[in-house]
Design a protein around this ligand. Structure first.
Ligand code: ADP
Length: 392
């Protein structure tokens, strides 16, 4: 297996399309990294540059500390799995698994006739090796009983497993996965996620996975690299991105339903004030850099809002949407000024059209700057520790 290092990598496509801007990332041996972000943010281009399928405009790429910028894709010892399985329809599963290997190892026919004796011996050993590899990867992926089937006789999930199997038989240093689960229905996607995690554990492989689905990214990755417009927004383990988002973009991208944002201003005594009679006493000393009159955006996740009695409510409105999800209920409360989403415990009896009030678990709230980068305003570490709150 291998480590992969991107050092200030950029990609400019013809027409001055800046697809990837100055991305640096160190992927350690055996790590599962997920590149995540909305469509068009440059994830696939980054992956394709690692694969060698796309040239690098500037910056350096290292695999196992060896610079590979100009190394051909086939010489990089990587295997890539695509969204549309790309299986050969006329071959059965076994042939699909072995095909890449046979092609990679085929000798020119001229050499074959000159060294026919040696060739036959080598060929037999090679076929045994391929056979063993196929058995092993079929074992790992639960494909043993399907080896004789053709792709059309397989379910979507089984086809995707064969596509993964084709990567595994090659025993590459690095697996690159480009939205491999996107074509599957929700249930299968869930199953395949579990399978991918297990596979990763079992193989101990370095994996780089691309998805636009934040939930998939959160469940799969040891670390996530969040991108927007070709620029890295934040890189870290899932919990860090959720608890300490670097900016408003990451805060809204990670987590479902999306974080609520309220624009307001800081008043004397650490009071956050916003349109619609919102006055929230912020925990004192939590944001030491705040100044009176400063414009800020308060961010609070739906799961950190709960129904409240009028006395300690920060927000009053009418339930516009009530979604019963079994163990919990998602509610959108609206008034003339804003709409807030709250994830509350089920059984509250709240129905659409009912009036309700919400209060916030304020130690879980974030403040963001109102300028374009929307960075999260730093909190006081000491304060965090005393209140066993999340730490910066
Ligand atoms: P993602 O994988 O995050 O959806 P991509 O890496 O595919 O994003 O694309 C990033 C940006 O580069 C997009 O604006 C896309 O339109 C552009 N792009 C991708 N491939 C090409 C190409 N071959 N030529 C020109 N522009 C491209």
């Amino acid at each position: 297996m291998a480590n992969v290092r991107l050092s200030s990598i950029s990609k400019i496509y013809p027409g001055d399309v800046h697809a990837v801007n100055d991305v640096s990332l160190e992927i350690t041996d055996g790590e599962f990294i997920v590149l995540v972000g909305p469509s068009g943010c440059g994830k696939s281009t980054t992956l394709r540059m690692i694969a060698g399928l796309e040239s690098i405009t500037s910056g350096d790429l290292f695999i196992d500390d060896r610079k590979v910028n100009s190394l051909a894709a086939r010489d990089r010892d990587i295997a890539m799995v695509f969204q549309d399985y790309a299986l050969y329809p006329h071959m059965n599963v076994e042939k699909n698994l072995s095909f890449g290997l046979m092609r990679r190892r085929r000798y020119p026919s001229r050499l074959r006739s000159i060294f026919s004796g040696v060739y036959r011996k080598n060929r037999a050993a090679e076929q045994q090796d391929i056979h063993d590899r196929i058995r092993r990867s079929a074992d790992v992926l639960g494909l043993k009983d399907l080896l004789n089937r053709h792709p059309r006789e397989l379910s979507g999930g089984q086809r995707q497993r064969v596509a993964l199997g084709r990567a595994i038989v090659r025993d590459p240093s690095v697996f690159l996965l480009d939205e491999p689960l996107s074509n599957l229905d929700a249930k299968l996607r869930g199953e395949m996620r579990t399978e991918l995690r297990r596979l990763h554990r079992q193989l101990g492989a370095t994996m780089v996975h691309v998805t636009h689905d934040q939930e998939e990214a959160m469940t799969l990755g040891d670390r996530l690299l969040v991108m927007k417009d070709g620029v890295v927004q934040q890189c870290g383990p899932p919990a860090q991105l959720y608890e300490q988002p670097a900016n408003r973009f990451v805060a809204s991208f990670i987590g479902t339903p999306e974080m609520n944002f309220i624009e307001g201003v800081i008043e004397d005594g650490s009071v956050f004030k916003a349109d619609g009679d919102v006055r929230i006493q912020l925990p004192k000393d939590r944001w030491p850099s705040l100044s009176v009159g400063q414009q800020v955006t308060l961010g609070i996740r739906p799961e950190h809002l709960e129904l409240a009695s009028d006395g300690d409510a920060m927000f009053r409105g009418e339930a516009d949407v009530v979604e019963q999800l079994g163990d919990r209920t998602d509610v959108i409360l609206a008034n003339d000024h804003r709409r807030l989403t709250a994830r509350i415990a089920s059984g509250s009896g709240l129905g659409e059209g009912d009036s309700a009030s919400l209060r916030a678990d304020l130690p879980q709230a974030h403040l963001f700057s109102t300028d374009e980068d929307g960075h999260r305003i730093a909190t006081n570490r000491r304060h965090n520790q005393q209140t066993s709150d999340v730490q910066d």
